[in-house]
Design a protein around this ligand. Sequence first.
Ligand code: GLN
Length: 308
Amino acid sequence: MTLDLPTLLQDIAADVRPLLGEGEVASYIPALSRMPRDRFGIAVATIDGRVYGAGDSGHRFSIQSLSKMYALALALQREGDALWQRVGREPSGTPFNSLVQLERERGVPRNPFVNAGALVVTDVLCRRYLQPERAVLEFVHRLLGEADVAIDAEVARSERGHSDRNAAIAHFMRSFGNLHGDVGAVLDAYCAQCAIAMSCRELARAGLFLAADGVQPPGTRVVDALAARRINALMLTCGAYDAAGDLACRIGLPVKTGVGGGIVAVVPGRLCVCAWAPGLDANGNSIAAAAAIERFATAIGASIFAAD
Ligand code: GLN
């Protein structure tokens, strides 16, 4: 059976509409709190170059923690396996912005997708690049083959002005010697990379290298195959924080979530899908986007645990 992806995406957009009133828009970053909850988009990019979308699939939103995929890819490309001496590869079982585990593990974050881990990754990038947030943005430009995507300066400023918790995490790690640069500079770069604005269509296209062993279709290698597989493994086990197990059960794919309401999922060897809806659950994951990706993965039989 050939799948009619455009119709499937339209059906999913209609199905999840009743969920759009649920959850809360992230308000701890004031610039994000103004986003209306009734927006929804979904897009799929296939490794053979097709892109399909439904709803607000072309509307740009704040990618927030989705940027952690790109920053990690860049850091792995530059640092290789040495990175794992400073960041773990285990699920955290704690909220994305938690401090509690850091004392027990002497300033080494559980994984690169919780904020602590992403701040260490940013610290690595600060060592390697004069403008680390530009390096992340240019990595995205390379993935998309165009330089249109940008950092939303207002969102970056808004988060930077309310970054006490991330500052606390960074200082705490620095006290253990696991953050080498200037805390202010690391926070500037981190908030800027989180404030990149992209649409579902762009995020689905940009994620294709993770579905193709590190080669961005049609044929640019951006990370080695092992790095791409590791990023996928970390997305499956840690990409949705406290809900990683639940989303692995429901979706069965590597996923990454962000408090802007976006969720990216990778179907290795086939495609990348991104859904967006601003209403978040208590873990900071989009309720309607998770439901949409669950429906999509079930409809196309995408779970990596399926036998066929
Ligand atoms: N910029 C956000 C923060 O640090 C990212 C969190 C997220 O998307 N889960 O709090």
